[in-house]
Design a protein around this ligand. Structure first.
Ligand SMILES: Nc1c(NC[C@H](O)[C@H](O)[C@H](O)CO)[nH]c(=O)[nH]c1=O
Ligand SMILES: CC(=O)[C@@H](O)COP(=O)(O)O
Length: 169
């Protein structure tokens, strides 16, 4: 189902685990910050709405989407390293097509990097990176007509934190 047929902000709290005991890390790209700040707000508000405590939400900034992988990897090791108390990480970015092929390489790089962190690491890393053809598409997906992908990412983070807890060996 394309985003055009789905509201990114829609969720049923009754189907979401309570997030009160979970700790979240959120890495936010500063490129296109008009968009990424909207995504951050959506993710933060969704976590709080579902019971998360604001003291348990850690935010780091990185320059651009390509640096999200390093930021998430570092955060997973640098926050509560002994007890691994982070339950999920969200990476937030917005990549918009320019004149050159750079878009393709940034998008591929961050996608593969975050995929690798999920495969190799113990903490789920939620991919909240818009990869749009133009700014309007990004505005539409960060609190506009299609809702907020940050909200979607916040809900995904709670669900994955719960799965990680329930599947603990
Ligand atoms: N064009 C966009 C970028 N480019 C910058 C890269 O992400 C990276 O910071 C740079 O190549 C240095 O390593 N980043 C975005 O997040 N969004 C863009 O549209
Ligand atoms: C995704 C990018 O890096 C891109 O926005 C940069 O723009 P350009 O391809 O015109 O250099």
């Amino acid at each position: 189902m394309a985003t055009a047929n789905h509201n990114l902000s829609a969720y049923d709290k009754a189907t979401i685990p309570n997030a009160k005991d979970f700790r979240f890390g959120i890495v936010v790209s500063e490129w296109n910050d008009e968009i990424t700040e909207g995504l951050w707000q959506g993710a933060f508000d969704a976590l709080i709405d579902c019971g998360a405590v604001k003291e348990n939400i850690v935010r780091w900034n990185v320059p651009g989407a390509f640096e999200l992988t390093y930021g998430a990897a570092r955060m997973s090791k640098s926050i509560y390293p002994e007890s691994g108390m982070l339950d999920a990480i969200i990476v937030i970015g917005c990549v918009i097509q320019g004149e050159t092929k750079h878009f393709d390489f940034v998008c591929e790089g961050v996608t593969q990097g975050i995929k690798d962190l999920n495969v190799q690491g113990d903490i789920p890393v939620i991919f909240c990176v818009l990869t749009d053809n133009n700014k309007q598409q990004s505005l539409d997906r960060s609190g506009g007509i299609h809702g907020n992908k940050g909200t979607e990412a916040g809900i995904a983070a709670i669900k994955m934190a719960a799965l990680r807890k329930d599947s603990a060996l």
